[in-house]
Ligand binder design. Structure first.
Ligand code: ADP
Ligand code: MG
Length: 253
């Protein structure tokens, strides 16, 4: 997609769990070559929103367009194959397999969460192509020197970057990252930020869920703030940071 073109458009997405409105009338838009942060206190509904747009879950009502096409009810594998790739809030790596194998499996499964079944079904004829593509992504994110290390032996910051490499292996135009900076050291956050800037410069769209307001400042292009399932603010990071409703949400949370 051309730089600046709309990749993802969520319109009035609502997700009800019994009496709880985890997402209420949520709308957002992500363009090619843009990083949008979705922030808000714990329990605000950020991960639920990710699940609605990535096909892991289905909205109670509302519309999700990806590359102009409705993806509601399509399922996460289909959506991943269309070019939307995501990571999850908790690391989902195969710790005793190599960095290379972890990414190769990601390329194979294209965004599905069925890691093990994908590993079992991998055919030898496909292996060389997958490994070459995986190696390319590992170099791209700067983990080349760890290609043959066990994933579980990497520092947390490197594991998060490895998850991004795995998401990149299915050749997405839109990346959804759920709290990639959580628990990272300052230097690791810097490395992660540098990688996201590089991907943006290459035209990638990034939707980033983040609890840590400091990490998104100076990195992202726009911010959407959620509280109690709803959007309470949207705009440039420096404006949103000063918004009284946002300050209240963070102090209250
Ligand atoms: P965040 O990612 O912003 O911390 P979540 O999207 O995980 O928030 O959760 C938003 C709210 O929805 C929380 O109150 C959570 O308990 C609830 N919730 C999330 N998923 C489910 C589910 N599958 N069933 C019932 N409640 C859920
Ligand atoms: Mg969450």
């Amino acid at each position: 997609p051309a730089a600046g073109s709309v990749l993802l458009e969520a319109k009035a997405v609502t997700r009800r769990f019994g009496g709880l409105l985890a997402n209420n009338n949520m709308s957002l838009e992500v363009r090619a070559g843009e990083i949008l942060a979705l922030i808000g206190p714990n329990g605000a509904g950020k991960s639920t929103m990710f699940n609605q747009v990535s096909g892991v879950d289905t909205p109670t009502s509302g519309e999700v367009l990806f590359l102009g096409e409705s993806v509601v009810g399509k399922g996460s594998r289909t959506i991943a194959r269309m070019g939307m790739s995501r990571t999850f809030q908790h690391v989902r790596l195969l710790p005793t397999m190599s960095v290379l194998e972890n990414v190769a499996i990601g390329a194979h499964m294209r965004g599905s969460s069925g890691v093990l079944s994908a590993a079992w079904r991998m055919e030898r004829s496909e292996e060389a192509r997958l490994l070459a593509e995986a190696a390319r992504q590992i170099e791209r994110v700067g983990l080349g020197e760890h290609m043959f290390d066990e994933a579980g032996s990497l520092a947390l910051g490197q594991q998060r970057i490895l998850e991004i490499a795995r998401a990149l292996a299915s050749d997405p135009c839109l990346l959804l990252l759920d709290e990639p900076a959580a628990g990272l050291r300052y230097k690791e956050k810097e490395a992660l930020g540098d990688l996201l800037r590089k991907l943006r410069a290459e035209g990638m769209g990034v939707l980033l869920v983040e609890h840590d307001m400091d990490f998104v400042m100076g990195l992202v292009d726009r911010v959407v703030v959620m509280e109690f399932g709803e959007k309470i603010a949207e705009g440039l990071p420096e404006d949103v940071q000063r918004d009284p409703a946002v300050l209240a949400a963070y102090l209250g949370g």
